[in-house]
Design a protein around this ligand. Structure first.
Ligand SMILES: Nc1ncnc2c1ncn2[C@@H]1O[C@H](COP(=O)(O)OP(=O)(O)OP(=O)(O)O)[C@@H](O)[C@H]1O
Ligand SMILES: [Mg+2]
Length: 332
């Protein structure tokens, strides 16, 4: 967990030397074409302590992985040190971050099932300084069953994270679309739950079950666990359905819902096939700008600073219109 010791290992700091003290100004590495970092008065302040955020929703395809990797990249591009833990046997987060995760690669499976140290499996992400990934391989598909007979089966990830000595500002855990033992391990390890909700029909269906599980884990295993963040994803401003869903989610959850929502964007869906996040793939796109803005909102909330939509929020709107215009032209 976070400490300013600079311990060499697979995840050693790419820039050797001690980490700047917390009181130092947050370094903002220039990101190519990154309008947000240049124009916003507040970048993304680092939290006092490592924030462990579980990105969960047992519904498939709602944007968990996309949200995990793009928020992580946004935070890292603004001077935070971020670890993504891929807890989904599909390994989509590892793919999106360009991390090798074929069967022989040391992975989160080895940590959960074979008591390997997290530091032995973490890899740095190419292109984004300060961003790291603990990959998932196909082995993880068997872990749900193998974990059942192991000691402390629900808290193995928590134990591994607590033993991890690299300094980190955020750990984002990408969960599979189920509420099995892998997701329970994430809920025991984290303090915050981030629920991406796709702005589609049935968006809220099944959420009750997830919220009940959060309550159960909080009651029995992890008293600090709470739903801190809801993010609306794949928002299509042209449809009435999207705004109805957004309204329903906001009236149901209130202050947990980020004011920033993520538009449907072709760039976001293209990026993983290049082993990239949208932040490096197309930094000026509406998808990149909106994830950058959502990360800023999350970071400011974490340190208790009131969030005001920045210039980027307007840019997102403009860029979205342009994207949609070129998309409909492409369809003609
Ligand atoms: N804002 C967006 N605009 C366009 N496509 C998106 C957007 N967000 C996600 N997608 C696409 O939707 C699909 C599902 O997204 P993603 O894999 O992030 O969901 P998930 O919840 O992690 O899925 P699973 O439950 O299978 O793990 C992917 O093909 C992704 O590229
Ligand atoms: Mg996923």
């Amino acid at each position: 967990m976070r400490s300013d010791a600079n311990i060499a290992g697979p995840m050693a700091d790419p820039v050797p030397g001690p980490r700047p003290a917390d009181s130092d100004p947050v370094p903002v590495p220039p990101a190519p074409g990154n309008a947000v970092s240049r124009e916003t008065p507040h970048p993304m302040p680092r939290p006092e302590e490592t924030r462990v955020v579980v990105v969960a929703n047992q519904k498939g395809g709602v944007g968990k992985t996309t949200t995990t990797v793009n928020l992580a990249a946004s935070l890292a591009l603004h001077g935070n040190r971020v670890l993504v833990i891929d807890l989904d046997p599909q390994g989509n987060a590892s793919t999106a971050l360009g991390i090798d995760h074929h069967a022989e690669v040391p992975s989160i499976y080895d940590v959960l099932v074979d008591n390997r140290q997290l530091s032995e499996v973490v890899q740095p992400v190419r292109d984004v300084e300060g961003l790291f990934c603990a990959p998932a391989t196909i082995d993880l598909a068997g872990a749900e069953i193998e974990l059942v007979s192991l000691v402390a089966r629900e808290s193995r990830l928590d134990r591994a994270i607590k033993a991890y000595e690299q300094p980190l500002d955020y750990i984002l855990i990408d969960c599979p679309p189920s509420l099995g033992l892998l997701t329970v391990n994430a809920l025991v390890a984290g303090a915050e739950v981030l629920i991406p909700i796709q702005c589609e029909y049935y968006a809220l269906e099944g959420l009750g079950q997830l919220l009940r599980n959060v309550e159960l884990v909080r009651g029995h295993l992890n008293p600090k666990l709470h739903v801190s963040t809801i993010l609306l994803t794949m928002y299509d401003g042209r449809t009435r359905l999207a705004s109805q869903v957004a309204e329903e989610v906001r009236s149901h959850f209130g202050k947990e819902v980020l004011r920033t929502s993520i538009p449907r964007s072709v760039r976001i869906s293209e990026a993983p096939s290049y082993g990239q996040t949208v932040l490096t793939y197309d930094p000026g796109s509406s998808g990149a700008l909106s994830y950058m803005e959502a990360a800023r909102e999350m970071a400011l909330r974490g340190v208790g600073i009131h969030y005001e939509p920045g210039t980027a929020a307007h840019l997102v709107g403009q860029q979205q219109q342009q994207d949609q215009h070129s998309m409909s032209e492409g369809l003609q």
